[in-house]
Design a protein around this ligand. Structure first.
Ligand code: PMP
Length: 397
């Protein structure tokens, strides 16, 4: 049967491949210097620890780890997580990556037209997950330190199902919400009776190792927390979790059961085996140190090669720098030119739920060796200069 004769659901018909995705396919070329991918660096994967966890699992619990398990997840791992977050295992649901957590939240909270509040900009993958359930988005104005609590007005919050935020080293901007603003945000959300969804895959990647309290720790009954092992162990394990008050937890479990019965017993047990021996105590400092050096290499290259008038974030953790071009310059045009010079990044527009800023872009710095960072940023700097001088000559700014 020819593709055109299938009758897809209306939901499936709304899915489409973006122009950017098509351009980024080119970035798989080996000569490409790609700041585009959002992947953690493979050199941080704790291969030996996972290998010995795997061996002892097969030694001691082979059959249990190959059998179906409970939808909520493996109890020892849930207890380990609960202890780290000062909560009880009865609130922890293991998910197949935190991306599945986003999908489950969409399933249980979003009807067509439901209002959802998001940061400006926000994680593209969350927009993709929620959009399948047809919400109407409202963007909360944000600055270099994340969303602005005073902008969370009663009108904006009216009827909204939840606020989605990434307080630590946000994807895509790298910014972190400061302590006082966390308190204000949690208090304001409580006052307005609106749920907060806190997505936190990067919280452990603070370069100095410091921690700010999670929104969840400030108000566990009105904040849903999404965690992930993708950036601190390995994304191929597909392990994430949701911490939620019991009534929400129960709904999420029901939705997950229908989705995939449970997250693989096998990877949950491997992770637990590795974690219970204290792996993170030795492993996290290694990731932080490496990522901090990578970030520094990119910040120094930007300072060397970018012309005046270009602004970028200076993250204190995580994997991304956010760059703002002059207002009239379109990052998608720049990407076309950059790819022709074997350099890639992700234009910022798709990270906005509404009113995209087309002059923005995300630079991922953890997978590219420092000398290639230098080379790639120098190419981008030159292309921007060229563009600026054309604009200047033609008066097109
Ligand atoms: N949330 C954010 C903010 C992310 O950046 C990512 C991954 N890039 C995810 C969720 C999904 O992560 P995973 O499914 O691997 O846990």
């Amino acid at each position: 049967m020819d593709n055109h004769s299938y009758t897809f659901s209306q939901r499936a018909n709304r899915l489409n491949s973006s122009v950017i995705r098509e351009i980024l396919k080119l970035t798989e070329r080996p000569d490409m210097i790609s700041f585009a991918g959002g992947l953690p660096a493979p050199y941080t994967f704790p291969v030996e620890a996972l290998q010995s966890a795997c061996a002892s699992l097969f030694q001691d619990h082979a059959h249990a780890s190959l059998q179906y398990g409970p939808t909520e997840g493996q109890m020892e791992l849930r207890e380990w997580i609960a202890q780290r977050h000062g909560t009880t295992a009865s609130r922890v649901l293991m998910t197949t990556g935190s991306q599945q957590g986003l999908d489950l939240l969409g399933k249980v909270f979003i009807d067509p037209g439901s209002k959802i509040l998001v940061e400006t900009p926000t994680y593209l993958g969350a927009l993709q997950a929620f959009t399948l359930y047809e919400p109407s988005y409202s963007s909360i104005p944000s600055d270099d330190f994340g969303l602005l609590p005073q902008e969370l007005t009663p009108e904006l919050a009216d009827g909204a199902r939840f606020i989605y935020t990434i307080p630590n080293f946000q994807n895509p901007t790298g910014r972190r919400i400061p302590l006082n603003r966390r308190h204000e945000l949690v208090a304001q959300a409580k006052e307005l009776g609106i749920l907060l969804v806190e997505d936190d895959p990067y919280g452990e990647l603070s370069y100095s190792g410091d921690h700010l309290p999670s929104l969840h720790s400030l108000n566990p009954d009105d904040v849903i927390y999404l965690g992930s092992f993708s950036k601190i162990l390995a994304p191929g394990l597909r392990l994430g979790y949701i911490i939620a008050p019991e009534a929400i937890h129960l709904k999420l479990v029901q939705a997950k059961q229908a989705t995939d019965l449970h997250t693989p017993s096998f990877t949950q047990r491997i992770a637990y085996e590795a974690l219970r021996s204290g792996l993170l105590d030795s492993h996290l400092p290694i990731i932080r140190q490496r990522y901090s050096a990578q970030c520094q290499a990119m910040l120094e290259a930007l300072a060397r090669h970018m012309p005046d008038g270009i602004h970028w974030s200076r993250p204190e953790g995580g994997m991304f720098i956010w760059l703002e071009l002059p207002e009239d310059m379109d990052a998608e045009d720049l990407l076309q030119k950059a790819v022709a010079h074997s350099v890639a990044f992700v234009p910022g527009a798709p990270f906005y739920a509404s009113s995209p800023h087309r002059n923005t872009m995300r630079l991922a710095f953890v997978t590219v060796p420092p000398e290639r960072i230098e080379q790639g940023i120098s190419v981008l700097g030159q292309l921007i200069r060229d563009q600026l001088s054309i604009g200047y000559k033609t008066g097109s700014f």
